[in-house]
Design a protein around this ligand. Structure first.
Ligand code: FUL
Length: 477
């Protein structure tokens, strides 16, 4: 009898219709209704690499190169390699500092717009090999990569498509070959590359020649050599949030109608929808209605801890305050985005004390705030449909002022709007309302002492998988 029952259950499970998922990209059927589109949108999911990347939450940019020694932000490409000479280069100190501060990946500017390469490339002599640093025998990319290995930190490279040094820049086929050769060196010589960052900034080549990048070939190179690498900005795995000031959108869809440029037709699709990387609405139902395709293209917030992207001694007193960094954290990580915070090493080749002290304060702030979650059983998975409500008890009636919701985005991003209420003296009062959740949504609220929370999913695309509800207390900063 028992055996028959088990067999029946197994058969039932095998026959149950499998949910269909779309990885990274989907095309809506022609003439699809909005309800059909919303159902499909709910089933758009990230690739494994995108998912892992979104879960990193905090990543760090390291702008270091010729500009560090010339005091420029954008070099002309005519700089003498003899100028590049860190006096006490210490990649271990960089990565140790970042790792202690909670960053999970370091992204190095292997080549900025000035074309100077931080590794001894075979493609040009305009590199560390022509510098006095370590008598031309050094390799910054290698040392940073090794330090990342040591501290269990992921490693990425920024390779500027714009090159103001290469004489072939603007001669499109020739420069594409040159660029792909550089990319290939980085992808083959340094172990796993977890992220590749292609900057959108670019200008004209000599005599006003316009470089037309062969993105298809560039992407084919990545997919062939390191298929798991996340391609960001001009890439099609991670989307530039649209500003460099650390401001994410309150409503941030990883499942977005915004088409990556690398798709070839990206610019055309976006133009037709009347959107650009800065548009406020990149994923609402109104946008779904207009769109023919949907992309899993999550947002990355890049911002510098200093006014400049590169180190300038005169900016030592302008390192962002702890309050600025905390605000940025809520507006990036807390808005379903990955934070890419730039910390530019100085001319010694150190992360300057002014920055490392601030990073340590920031890490302390995060630990103090998020070290204690007052919600009991906030980790229990909740399958929530539009209109569903769930109560969460708090472990103690502590004054809380930060709320957190998370979705299991491995099955898509679904929550469209919600409210959270708090229970005090038997009365429920609304504490806040929100829109999208995604990987993580953090909401700061005024100090409040409640014994329970009530989360109300007002609207969801299909059934949302709420993986965590939390409540925290941030101290004064
Ligand atoms: C911009 C560049 O022009 C800046 O120099 C910096 O690298 C920043 C991250 O991206 O587009």
């Amino acid at each position: 009898m028992k055996k028959t029952l088990i067999l029946a259950l197994v058969l039932l499970a095998a026959c149950a219709p499998k949910e269909q998922y779309y990885v990274k990209h989907l095309v809506f059927p022609e003439g699809g209704t909005i309800d059909e589109k919303v159902e499909m949108a709910a089933r758009l999911v990230p690739t494994g690499s995108q998912l892992e990347w979104q879960q990193l939450e905090m990543t760090a940019f390291l702008h270091f190169g010729m500009n560090t020694f010339t005091g420029q932000e954008w070099g002309s490409g005519q700089e003498d390699p003899a100028l590049f000479n860190p006096t006490d280069f210490d990649a271990d100190q960089w990565i140790r500092t970042l790792s202690r501060a909670g960053f999970r990946m370091a992204l190095l500017t292997a080549k900025h717009h000035d074309g100077f390469c931080l590794w001894p490339t075979a493609t040009t002599t305009h590199s560390v090999a022509s510098s006095p640093w370590k008598d031309g025998k050094g390799d910054i990319v290698r040392e940073v990569r090794d330090a990342c290995e040591k501290y269990g930190m992921k490693f990425g490279v920024y390779l500027s498509p714009w090159d103001r040094h290469a004489p072939c820049y603007g001669n499109s086929p020739e420069y594409n070959k040159y660029f792909i050769a550089q990319l290939t060196e980085l992808l083959t010589g340094y172990g796993t590359i977890d992220e590749i960052w292609f900057d959108g900034a670019n200008g004209e080549g000599p005599d006003g020649r316009k470089q037309v990048y062969d993105w298809e070939a560039i992407y084919a190179t990545i997919r062939k050599i390191q298929p798991a690498a996340v391609a960001a900005n001009m890439g099609d795995d991670a989307r530039w949030v649209g500003n460099e000031s650390g401001m994410g959108r309150q409503t941030e869809w990883s499942a977005t109608v915004f088409a990556p440029d690398a798709q070839g037709r990206g610019a055309e699709i976006n133009k037709e929808l009347g959107i650009n990387s800065q548009s406020e609405d990149l994923g609402s139902r109104t946008m779904l209605e207009k769109a023919g395709e949907l992309f899993w293209y999550p947002s990355e917030v890049d911002v510098s801890i200093r006014p400049g992207w590169f180190y300038h001694a005169e900016q030592d007193s302008q390192v962002k305050s702890l309050k600025d960094l905390a605000d940025i954290y809520y507006q990036s990580v807390g808005c379903n985005s990955v934070l890419l915070l730039n910390i530019p090493p100085d001319r010694r080749g150190h992360i300057h004390e002014a920055d490392s002290v601030r990073l340590a304060e920031f890490a302390g702030y995060l630990e103090e705030t998020f070290g204690t979650d007052f919600v009991q059983d906030g980790n229990a998975l909740w399958n929530a449909k539009s209109g569903d409500v769930r109560e969460y008890k708090l472990s103690e009636a502590a004054p809380i002022n930060v709320l957190m919701l998370q979705e299991d985005i491995s099955r898509g991003q679904r929550v469209e709007s919600f409210t959270v209420e708090g229970l005090k003296d038997g009365v429920w009062t609304k504490l806040c309302e929100g829109t999208t959740v995604g990987h993580k949504c953090l909401l700061r609220i005024p100090d409040t002492e409640v014994s329970a929370l009530r989360v109300h999913i007002l609207s969801s695309r299909s059934t949302a998988r709420i993986s965590r509800v939390g409540a925290f207390r941030e101290g004064g900063i």
